[in-house]
Design a protein around this ligand. Sequence first.
Ligand code: NDP
Length: 334
Amino acid sequence: MTSDSAFKAILLEETDGKVSATVSELGNDRLPAGDVTVRVAYSTLNYKDGMILNGLGRLVRQYPHVPGIDLAGTVESSESDAFKPGDQVVCTGWRVGEVHWGGYAQRARLKSEWLVPLPEGLDLKRAMAIGTAGFTAMQCILALEQHGLEPGEQGEVLVTGAAGGVGSVAVAILGKLGYKVVASTGRQQLGDYLKSLGASSIVDRKELSEPQKRPLLSERWAAAVDTVGSTTLANTLAGMRYGRSVAACGLAGGNDLPTTVLPFILRGVNLLGIDSVMCPMPLRREIWSRLARDLPTDKLDEATSVIPLADVVEAGGRILKGEVQGRVVVDVNG
Ligand code: NDP
């Protein structure tokens, strides 16, 4: 921490429509409104952070802005009965880092209703190794379970964009739960990494991303977590077994969906849309407690790298090119 009255942060500014990012020292008087002030220990890098750091998608409407959609740290001061100084807390979602100043800062001021107490069994760093990406992976798996995916399922469970943040965590959890996980990746050199996380086999992402002439493919997948969207999601839907479900959370391959109604009306396939941002608090707590229980920490550590605040901007460019592997934790004091 720079001092009690000042803190280091990544500040995004916009000039003539161009967004630039610098590590800056800010006074506490610049902090936004909120009833809890947190000394941030760690944040993370997600695909959305890459977009925000590069001014894409009009996710941020007001500059100057402090990005970082996740944060974990210790409560410094609180006007809320729910939290007291010294409590360790985690924040993901609620458009923090987009509409509200986020976690790429040594200090953050937030609304208490956005915070969850650090889940038992996790430390601040591991909670951020999970972050929005890992949270979303678990949310996808819970949705699949609510639609019939059960331990003991012998069929193949597909994860697309498997070497990325959401994908890596999904592979690790599904592997631990005993499913036969097929990891789709464009990086064949990461095949051994994905198998060590929990994948049974690897499929080249081209097999799923090439447009197909037939609207239905042979019935292969017992369930799927899709982080890619577009033709990959369309082909996944076309290759589902009867009555099975796809949890769709991402658009790394595009936000279109070139499919037909046939997977839905001839195979009873369910398309489950997953949004972690506005996920209601009871479900949010359930997801965190399942993460603390079901995510193998050794695999999580294997999938995690740590970077200092100063390296975030460069890493934000790499995640947009699909070059980041697993989860990236940001040590905001590093
Ligand atoms: P990452 O960049 O870490 O992972 C995305 C992966 O997708 C890449 O690693 C790559 O995997 C694959 N990929 C990238 N570009 C392409 C492409 N053009 N075609 C096919 N595959 C591609 O991102 P995250 O895991 O953090 O996020 C994944 C997606 O999920 C993003 O779109 C993100 O916005 C979304 N998301 C949504 C949330 C929600 O609440 N709905 C929450 C969190 C994320 P590989 O190299 O293995 O092929």
